[in-house]
Design a protein around this ligand. Structure first.
Ligand code: NAD
Ligand code: TYD
Length: 339
């Protein structure tokens, strides 16, 4: 089988490429990535040179290029991770989110339709459901929760999901969608909460917590997410949405405190900064469908996963220190001011 993975030089796509290349030596994995600021070929190093792996640089929204690629490669499965993924960046520059996340998705699906791809899988997010109140811990997102987005990022992902569902109903494209909660783990770009806090705490720099730190995220280890997608593309029902999450809710403050304790750093590093506009309060996934239909079970809980992740960052300083320069540095100064 030949599988196209888009965005495989990013965080989750990169982990998925490692997972698939190692687990299925008989399959061919093609990694297509534009190498934006978030893409990093260092992430692909562990699989470079393997006979069932190939990297191609390109834009999922470039129609001519994508059609040529599909014609030449004849993919059986497409798994689309490629996206602009950072909420804060979507607030300062929404346009590119529409181009990559929406137009990129329809371009890939048009090619999948034309060249007879057997499964198109869209990697989506629980952020399409909006947020839940903090005082209703009994509420969870199910696959039937209405879409109700807050940020330009989540709006672009919800738009893409609606196109994917429309391509199933209108054209019969064999699609599946997964909507997962916040991922963490190795190769996570240090603009996101967990790697940002680990890298800054190690440098004894202030840790910018938005608002009062009471917002809740439902943390999913990236390896458990990769296993879920693998199950869905092989055994999931065409036309269906599957939520992915493992009941690991933590407030942002709890996450930061856990990291500080593990690194033996003082809480005085925490600095409360201006809240994100439109900041979603709580995300919480109900994964019953994935568990009962496909037998998915996460390997990590947050306590074991965060320890593994912190160790990874300690053992792979070169990977993230190389990123903490150039474009990223300018972004950080603009986003937070010189701190
Ligand atoms: P990321 O930002 O780390 O990686 C995105 C990758 O896509 C990068 O390698 C980038 O170079 C590539 N890319 C961007 N635009 C492209 C284009 N036009 N053509 C080809 N490649 C392009 O993102 P991530 O955190 O790994 O997220 C992957 C997917 O999972 C996204 O679709 C995101 O919406 C979704 N998701 C992420 C999370 C999370 O917690 N990180 C949670 C839920 C859903
Ligand atoms: P993030 O990693 O950006 O993921 P998302 O917005 O997709 O959930 O942020 C996770 C949470 O951490 C979110 O509630 C915002 C908060 N946060 C901070 O408090 N400080 C920061 O510097 C960042 C990047 C995020």
């Amino acid at each position: 089988m030949k599988i196209l993975v888009t965005g495989g030089a990013g965080f989750i796509g990169g982990n998925f490429v490692h997972y698939m290349v190692n687990k299925y030596p008989e399959d061919k994995i093609v990694n297509l990535d534009l190498l934006t600021y978030a893409g990093n070929l260092e992430t692909c190093k562990p699989v470079e040179g393997k006979s069932n792996y190939k990297f191609i640089k390109g834009d999922i929204a470039d129609r001519e290029f994508i059609f040529k690629l599909f014609e030449e490669e004849k993919f059986d499965i497409v798994v689309n991770f490629a996206a602009e993924s950072h909420v804060d960046r979507s607030i300062t520059n929404p346009d590119i989110f529409v181009k990559t996340n929406v137009l990129g998705t329809t371009t890939l699906m048009d090619a999948a339709k034309k060249f007879g791809v057997k499964r198109y899988h869209q990697v989506s997010t629980d952020e399409v459901y909006g947020d839940l109140p903090l005082d209703r811990p009994d509420l969870f997102f199910t696959e039937d929760t209405p879409l109700h987005t807050s940020s330009p990022y989540s709006s672009s992902k919800a738009s893409a999901d609606l196109f994917v569902l429309a391509y199933y109903r209108t054209f019969g494209l064999p699609i599946t969608i997964s909507r997962c909660s916040n991922n963490y783990g190795p190769y996570h770009f240090p603009e996101k909460l967990i790697p940002l806090m680990i890298s800054r705490a190690l440098a004894d720099e202030s840790l910018p917590v938005y608002g009062n730190g009471e917002n809740v995220r439902d943390w999913l280890h990236v390896e458990d997410h990769c296993a879920a997608i693998d199950l869905i593309i092989r055994n999931g029902r065409v036309g269906e949405v599957y939520n992915v999450g493992g009941h690991n809710e933590r407030t942002n403050l709890e996450v930061v405190q856990t990291i500080l304790r593990a690194l033996n750093k003082p809480e005085s590093l925490i600095e409360y900064v201006t809240d994100r506009p439109g900041h979603d309060r709580r995300y919480a996934i109900d994964p019953t469908k994935l568990e009962t239909e496909l037998g998915w079970k996460p390997k990590y809980n947050f306590d074991t996963g965060i320890q593994q992740t912190i160790e990874w960052y300690l053992n792979n300083k070169e990977w993230w220190q190389n990123i903490l320069s150039g474009e990223y540095q300018q972004y950080f100064e603009k986003q937070y001011g010189k701190k």
